[in-house]
Write a protein that binds this ligand. Structure first.
Ligand code: PGA
Length: 307
């Protein structure tokens, strides 16, 4: 049977399945039962005359036909979402969805900006995905969101990237750490210190590793944690020191629970970027949020497109 006999419902289900690679999680996202998902996927595959998934052991994989259909479903759903926003605008309404994917580290800044955004655009529904750099790059590659907030723009993907805020990375320790209170500590003195690291795949971690490599430092890894919050508690609990975005430790620095170590070569001066794939047509909601971030950039004196 030709592809046009597949239904929009089936395409929506298959799009979710291609992201989750799990019938259970797809069913949860779409508020369906797992058998309902399986039946629709089977009917879609029957219509197309080719299997879309294959089960190897416990894992589900997309077949080559499944990969083609996953991209097609995303394009179709994207196009429909844009059309519904265009139609809403024709009626003079400001409605629509803003799909944002942000770094874990930026959750100390972006939700506040979203507060301002939603106050001005109450008709726009925001879906916010928070993940580390690796997760966001995978989503960017699959074109799952309208806009992304990243540290360094990706080198391998063709994107527009505009810096909008400073993101200094600082070394933090508990207040009576032996290095606390010293000025201009040579980076070499960090050798042998115990560090709490972010997980592999984190942009903060990549930046720290770059700093240690540049200074040829061997440091001890006391622990790896996939959460800035947990790292702060661990440093305050005297288990080691960490290099984190200064935005994440503002409250602990103010309360005196943590202190910044004055290490030569730190802070690492980084910037956050607003990123989207080259060629992507931004929705009105995405354009409005971009405008807000550019205002933020002006206020912070951050400027110039990077990609
Ligand atoms: P992360 O990213 O949350 O993945 O550590 C931070 C960054 O890239 O600046």
């Amino acid at each position: 049977m030709p592809i046009r006999h597949s239904t929009l419902h089936q395409l929506r289900i298959f799009e979710a399945l291609s992201r989750h690679l799990s019938v259970t999680r797809t069913a949860q996202e779409l508020h369906l039962t797992p058998p309902a998902v399986s039946i629709q996927i089977k009917q879609l595959a029957d219509t197309l005359g080719q299997p879309l998934t294959e089960q190897l052991g416990k894992r589900l994989y997309l077949t080559p036909a499944g990969k083609i259909m996953a991209g097609t479903c995303r394009d179709v759903l994207d196009r429909l979402e844009r059309a519904s926003q265009d139609l809403a605008e024709l009626q003079g309404l400001e409605k629509g969805v803003l799909r944002l994917a942000i770094l874990t580290t930026t959750k100390y800044l972006i939700p506040r900006l979203l507060g301002q955004f939603c106050a001005v655009h109450p008709g726009i529904e925001v879906s916010l995905m928070v993940g580390n750099r690796q997760t966001l790059l995978a989503r960017l590659q699959d074109n799952l969101d309208d806009l992304y907030v990243l540290g360094q723009p990706p080198q391998k993907l063709r994107v527009h990237a505009t810096p909008f805020a400073h993101n200094p990375l600082v070394a933090v320790a508990y207040p009576d750490h032996p290095l606390a209170g010293q000025s201009n500590i040579p980076a070499a003195q960090l050798a042998g210190q115990l560090f709490i690291f972010r997980e592999p795949g984190s942009g903060t971690r990549l930046a720290c590793e770059g700093f240690f490599r540049e200074h040829e430092l061997e440091v001890g890894i006391r622990m790896e944690l996939a959460s800035n919050e947990a790292i702060k508690q661990t440093v305050a609990g005297r288990l080691g020191i960490a290099i984190l975005s200064q935005h994440t430790v503002r409250a602990e620095l103010a309360s005196g629970e943590l202190v910044i170590l004055d290490v030569a070569g730190l802070p690492l001066l980084r910037q956050w970027h607003l990123v989207y794939p080259e060629g992507k047509q931004l929705t009105q909601a995405a354009l409005a949020f971009q405008e807000l971030l550019m205002l933020q950039a002006d206020m912070q004196g951050v400027g110039g497109a990077a990609g």
